[in-house]
Design a protein around this ligand. Structure first.
Ligand code: ADP
Ligand code: MG
Length: 233
């Protein structure tokens, strides 16, 4: 599904250059649930942003679902992002003045779906994350965990090939974090390929594979016995 080879990325500010990714090789198969770990500043978000086509590498190759991602103009990149990728962020990134339903329906608008279809599909995904009854509420009326569930429904709405999550539990307490991870595990059990950036060990252990980044390189890449959340709510 994802294949990257010898990926490099530097940031230049003024006369300083910071070599953040120093030759990353990384493959993800369809259906995997992978966490990318590493201390703050280790380049996790940089890598995820490149995978998410929000940023471009300086060197190396990236293939996503058989498509070479290189030198795409903004319009084509946006089309691929819409078709291939769903994003989940630490800070949810919901639109504050729109209801949960309208937030989830948003990507479908950009895909050109008609209102009725948008709303039906958005409701379907809100049901999936357990928030059907909350569809008319604004983000400000929802808890952190509920907001992240809405964001997950939104990421799923366009049925992307891959879900990319940057610290999806970073703003949540530990119980809510486990609940959100349990939801993500369930989505992966249905076959969705998911990558999660985290710096929390217990979150990483709820995935099936942990990739450790340090000093711009992958220092280990291990399969783990996934810990399934066991919360009774
Ligand atoms: P992580 O997500 O692992 O905390 P990042 O990928 O966000 O790390 O950042 C890696 C390094 O690159 C950090 O030192 C950060 O300050 C730097 N960095 C990230 N984005 C930029 C940018 N747009 N311009 C300059 N430096 C950046
Ligand atoms: Mg980060």
């Amino acid at each position: 599904m994802i294949s990257i080879k010898d990926l490099h990325k530097s940031y230049t500010t003024g006369s300083n250059s910071l070599h953040v990714l120093k030759g990353i090789d990384f493959d993800v198969k369809e259906g995997e649930l992978v966490s990318i770990m590493g201390s703050s500043g280790s380049g996790k978000s940089t890598l995820l942003n490149i995978l998410g086509m929000l940023d471009e590498a300086d060197e190396g190759s990236y293939t996503l679902d058989g498509v070479t991602i290189k030198n795409l103009n903004e319009k084509v990149a946006a089309q691929y992002r819409n078709k291939f990728l769903g994003f989940i962020f630490q800070s949810f990134n919901l639109i504050n003045y729109k209801s949960a339903l309208d937030n989830v329906a948003m990507p479908l608008y950009y895909q050109g779906a008609k209102r009725k279809e948008r709303n039906e599909r958005a409701m379907h995904y809100l049901e999936k994350v357990g928030l059907a009854d909350w569809h008319h509420h604004l983000p400000s009326e929802l808890s952190g965990g509920q907001k992240q569930r809405v964001a997950i429904a939104r990421a799923l709405a366009s049925d992307p090939k891959v879900l990319l999550a940057d610290e999806p539990t970073g703003a949540l307490d530990s119980i809510t974090s486990r609940e959100v991870m349990e939801l993500i595990q369930g989505i992966n059990d249905e076959g969705k390929t998911i990558l999660i950036v985290t710096h929390e060990d217990d979150i990483a252990h709820m995935t099936k594979r942990i990739v450790n980044l340090k000093d711009g390189l992958i220092i280990d890449d291990i399969q783990v016995n996934q810990i399934k959340a066991s919360i009774n709510v």
